[in-house]
Design a protein around this ligand. Structure first.
Ligand code: B16
Ligand code: MG
Length: 212
C-alpha cells in the first residue's frame, strides 16, 4: 500500500525544464558547443555540475575546474533571471488538483528534487505550504540516479521507502526511485524508461493507482 507520493519538481510539478534548457543553451552557444533537446533530456534530474559535464562531452577542449565553476554560476544566473517571471501559471495541468486529492485521501506528499532552487520555485508558484516534506539539491551529496534525495524525503515524512511512490520525468530519477526501493511512476520524458513500474500520460492517473 502506498502511504506517500514523492514528486519530482522540474518537469513534473512545474515547467521549469524549459528554463533550464534556455539557460544551458545560452551557455553552450557562448562556448560554441553543440546542444539540442536530446542532450537536454540527459540533464533532467541531474545536478548543475553533472549537467555541465554532459554538455562538455561535445566540447573540443578541456575546461579547468575554475572555468567549470564560472560556467555553472553563469548558467544559474541566467536561470534565476528566467525564474523571476515564474508564476502559478507554470504549474503543469492537473497538478494542484492531484496534490489536494492525495491529501484528502490521507496520502502524504513530498518534493524530491535535485534543484538547489526548489524552495524559491515552490514559493513563486504558491505551493510551498502544501507539501509535508521537501528534500532538494541543498540536502544531498549525490544527485539522481543516487537515491539520497528520495530517502531523505521518506525519512522527513516518517514513511518507509517501500510505502512511497515517486513520480518523475527523468530516467535518472526513475533509477534513483528504484534504488530507494520505491514504486516508480514515469511521466513525460521518463515514460519510456525501462525501470518504470508504471508510466502515465496524465498526472491525474496516479490518484486511482495510489488508492489501491
Ligand atoms: P539547480 P528536478 C533538476 O530538478 C533539473 O531537472 C535539472 O535539470 C537541474 O540541473 C537540477 O535540478 C539542478 O538544478 O541548478 O536549480 O540546482 O527535476 O530534480 O526537480
Ligand atoms: Mg525533473
Amino acid at each position: 500500500m502506498i502511504s506517500a507520493v514523492i514528486f519530482d519538481l522540474d518537469g513534473v510539478i512545474v515547467s521549469t525544464d524549459n528554463y533550464h534548457y534556455q539557460a544551458w543553451k545560452k551557455i553552450a552557444d557562448e562556448e560554441n558547443i553543440y546542444f539540442d533537446e536530446e542532450v537536454n533530456n540527459r540533464l533532467r534530474g541531474v545536478s548543475r555540475s553533472d549537467s555541465l559535464e554532459i554538455i562538455l562531452e561535445r566540447s573540443e577542449r578541456k575546461y579547468t575546474e575554475f572555468e567549470k565553476t564560472r560556467l555553472t554560476e553563469a548558467k544559474n544566473t541566467y536561470y534565476i533571471k528566467l525564474l523571476e517571471s515564474l508564476t502559478a501559471e507554470a504549474i503543469l495541468p492537473n497538478v494542484k488538483e492531484v496534490l489536494i486529492k492525495l491529501k484528502a485521501n490521507k496520502i502524504k506528499i513530498a518534493i524530491g528534487s535535485s534543484s538547489k532552487n526548489a524552495k524559491l520555485i515552490l514559493k513563486q508558484i504558491g505551493l510551498i505550504d502544501l507539501f509535508d516534506a521537501i528534500s532538494d539539491g541543498n540536502d544531498i551529496k549525490r544527485s539522481k540516479p543516487h537515491p539520497e534525495v528520495f530517502l531523505i524525503a521518506a525519512k522527513r515524512l516518517g514513511i518507509e521507502p517501500t510505502k512511497c511512490a515517486v513520480i518523475e520525468d527523468a530516467s535518472a530519477g526513475i533509477e534513483a526511485a528504484k534504488k530507494a526501493r520505491m514504486y516508480a511512476i514515469g511521466i513525460g520524458a521518463a515514460k519510456n524508461s525501462k525501470l518504470c513500474d508504471l508510466s502515465v500520460d496524465n498526472i491525474a492517473e496516479i490518484i486511482e493507482i495510489v488508492k489501491k
